[in-house]
Design a protein around this ligand. Structure first.
Ligand code: BGC
Length: 742
């Protein structure tokens, strides 16, 4: 009898849903809440990871689970959902979730690689495809996008975000959210997005994962928060807290960010989940005394759902009875969770068609989009003597540990990507160009950490028998990602020696770097004629790289994070404030300092004696097979009111031999503020495709209100005064145009 009764309840909800407005949903939540026991409410606030299914089902039956994570088998998800819907007292559906970070089965480039595209459209499309593939398995919530600003490549999770810039991260984060969540036409192929990690996780001190983030309050507001505000405005359905503390307060217990900012100031009405055990970890932080204290602090701060610390389900009933948490607070949290489930249509359509997933995964359109993303994400860092594209070679030696590494080229967070579907560069080169070019393969190193130099002499000899060497180096997937920080960012193992051995042959050497972060590849640049930086390019990386190497495609990627000369420069980012003694570029470096030099502080500037001041390659940098020129950059006025829009015009000219795409970038500097301001900030970008020889009038429209920041009085507004503006192909080029805001 019981299942029948519940089914009727579900049907009643389904009928209601067909005319669902915000008010209807709130009424349905009220009705449901009024029937729930405290234990059932706490059950909704509990998220469990996949485990013994019989045990999980029993928890679900008792109403002790609101969401599951990490189950991807549609049949298993349906089985558990059936228990929730048909066998638990109130029949509230489960919310199945998973870290779908850069694709589900069809893997796109890692998010840092996607950021190098500066292309919101391909990122939106990639997220839509991920949602289609994952939701076909019943997954309706992904823990993505990660929109943490990352200014330190030692941090392994730099791979998982959009790099160092606030504006770029905001725009691309929004695109990803839109892709996952779809629109009204997306139906069940919608996944709730999760803006994470709120907040400051990417600023882990020393780049060491989970470390505290020493972020001053105004920097938090001006640099780290805008992508999250943009996520709220874009309708992100959920937020995740972060593992780090800021100024002594772990994010999972930070009422200021979770309530004052997120709910009260930004009006977020979605759901907040903790990070994995981050509530319980407040004990190790020394912020909570025990499980109950941790749960009380988290829920009072504004966390709605507990991911895997078990502290909510284990202690909150008693905490409510003891008056440490009000039932009103619990009701608010449960309301946020139920609202999400209603919005996703889970009450109406809790089950998934178990056969559909197999049909939709790796669909040709998905693979084509993944390839496009991989093409656009590759950054050409060096191309001496037009080594690339390989137009006139008859034979190549393919070498290096990443040439045929199907697992590793998928990168971090590839739980569901299958190496058996990966197209490696070696396979693509053979398939696409093997009939035109003789391809010799000799990896020399077996994996990226391989230190064995025994094969390198043979490599040099083999290289002498071909026209060019293409060396695939980089990082295995496991060398970046969560808890995979590094203090040394040079190529691992004997990979730099491999490049040296290739170079010793006298043949042109092309290095292709597949990595999870911008590595310190300065010394390697000396041992190659051309370098293509492709990050971990995903399932279709092989086809993308092969076509780039042979000029079927032209590189257009731009660095979303600064390339350092040396790890000791980290953290390093283009949009820093000036010191009182900015570097002039004429500093005396270590080898030029005379012996027994007397100490002086006169004329000293802010730089490193060994690595100078500048980066290896600045943010926004990337070459093409063609050349672009910016001309006639002008603005429509000299002075602007606070409500005006700055209209920027410029001519972009393709002065080379290839049809190609340039990412034009708009930067601004506020010369004097109530607090010091960055020496440049990205405020706009666009991909512009021009035929060889073509030129085009282009524009940027920049609303003056986008120059606002939190100033001395902690108010966010545009401060009047003098500004400069640049339009250029990277963050270190171009001439400033002055303007004034009244
Ligand atoms: C990560 C999150 C992730 C979660 C669930 C945590 O360790 O920090 O980003 O979503 O695990 O897998």
């Amino acid at each position: 009898m019981k299942p029948f009764r519940i089914t009727l309840t579900v049907l009643a909800f389904a009928a209601l849903a067909s005319c669902s407005t915000g008010n209807d949903v709130e009424r349905r939540i009220d009705k449901l809440l009024s029937k729930m026991t405290l234990e059932e409410k706490l059950g909704q606030m509990n998220q469990l990871s996949q485990g013994d299914e019989a045990w999980m089902c029993e928890q679900i039956r008792q109403g002790s689970v609101g969401s599951i994570l990490n189950e991807v088998d549609p049949a298993a998800i349906n089985r558990m959902q059936r228990v929730a819907v048909e066998e638990s007292r109130l029949g509230i559906p489960l919310l199945p979730s998973r870290d779908v970070i850069h694709g589900f089965r069809t893997m796109f480039p890692i998010p840092l690689g996607q950021a190098a595209t500066f292309d919101p459209d391909i990122i939106r499309e990639g997220a839509r495809i991920a949602a289609i593939e994952a939701s076909a398995c019943g997954i309706r919530w992904t823990f993505s996008p990660m929109i943490d600003i990352a200014r330190d490549p030692r941090w392994g999770r730099i791979a998982e975000g959009f790099g160092e810039d606030t504006h770029l991260t905001s725009e691309l984060g929004v695109a990803m959210i839109e892709g996952y969540q779809g629109d009204e036409t997306s139906g069940n192929a919608t996944m709730a997005a999760c803006a994470k990690h709120f907040i400051g996780y990417g600023a882990a001190e020393g780049g060491r994962d989970y470390n505290g983030s020493p972020i001053p309050m105004r920097t938090l507001h001006n640099v780290y928060m805008p992508p999250f505000k943009a996520a709220v405005d874009a309708g992100a359905m959920t937020f995740m807290t972060s593992f780090n503390e800021i100024d002594g307060i772990p994010s999972t217990g930070n009422e200021y960010i979770l309530r004052d900012i997120l709910r009260d100031e930004w009006g977020f009405d979605g759901m907040v989940v903790s990070d994995w055990n981050s509530a319980g970890e407040m004990i190790a932080h020394g912020f909570a005394a025990d499980d109950m204290d941790a749960a009380v602090k988290a829920v009072n701060a504004g966390v709605d759902m507990d991911m895997m610390s078990h502290t909510f389900i284990g202690t909150l009933a008693e905490a409510v009875r003891e008056g440490k948490v009000s039932e009103k607070t619990i009701d608010e949290a449960v309301r946020n969770i139920l609202r999400l489930k209603f919005r996703l249509g889970l009450f109406e359509n809790p089950y998934v068609d178990e056969k559909y997933a197999a049909e939709i995964q790796y669909a040709p359109a998905h693979l084509a989009a993944a390839k496009k993303a991989a093409v656009e994400s590759a950054i050409l860092l060096k191309n001496d003597g037009k080594t690339l594209p390989l137009n006139s070679v008859r034979s190549i030696l393919v070498t290096g540990p990443m040439a045929d590494a199907p697992h590793d080229q998928l990168g971090t967070w590839s739980f569901d990507g299958e190496a058996s579907h990966t197209v490696t560069p070696l396979a693509s080169l053979r398939r696409m160009f093997g009939d035109k070019v003789r391809i010799v393969y000799y990896p020399a190193l077996m994996y990226s950490r391989d230190k064995n130099k025994g094969n390198l002499a043979r490599l040099t000899a083999m290289a002498r028998s071909v026209d060019a060497v293409v060396a695939f180096v980089g990082e295995e997937a496991i060398l970046s990602g969560e808890a995979h920080s590094l203090s040394d960012l040079n190529l691992k193992g004997a990979q730099s020696d491999l490049l040296r051995a290739a170079k010793a042959s006298g043949r042109p050497v092309v290095a292709v770097v597949m990595a999870g972060r911008p590595l310190t590849i300065g010394r390697d640049l000396e041992n190659c004629d051309a370098m293509l930086y492709s990050y971990h390019p995903g399932t279709m990386g092989g086809d993308a790289i092969a076509e780039l190497l042979f000029g079927v495609e032209v590189p257009s990627g731009k660095a979303p994070a600064t390339f350092l000369k040396d790890a000791g420069q980290a953290p390093f980012y283009y949009n820093h404030n000036n010191t009182g003694r900015p570097a002039s570029g004429t500093e005396t470096l270590i080898d030029e300092i005379p012996l027994c030099a007397g100490q002086t502080s006169l004329g000293c500037t802010s730089f490193y004696m060994d690595s100078g001041f500048g980066p290896l390659f600045p943010f926004g940098y990337g070459l093409s097979y063609t050349t672009f020129e910016y001309d006639g950059i002008s603005i429509d006025k000299e002075e602007y009111g606070q409500n005006d829009t700055i209209h920027v015009t410029f001519t972009l000219r393709n002065t080379g031999d290839y049809d190609a795409t340039e990412v034009a970038q708009l930067y601004v500097r506020d010369l004097v503020g109530s607090i010091t301001r960055p020496i440049r900030e990205l405020k706009g970008f666009q991909r512009i495709t021009l035929k060889a020889g073509e030129s085009r009038e282009c524009t940027f429209d920049l609303p003056v209100e986008e120059l606002a920041f939190m100033g001395f009085d902690n108010q966010t507004r545009v401060e009047s005064g003098d500004f400069q503006l640049w339009v250029a192909g990277d963050s270190a080029s171009g001439d400033p145009i002055p303007f004034r805001v009244l």
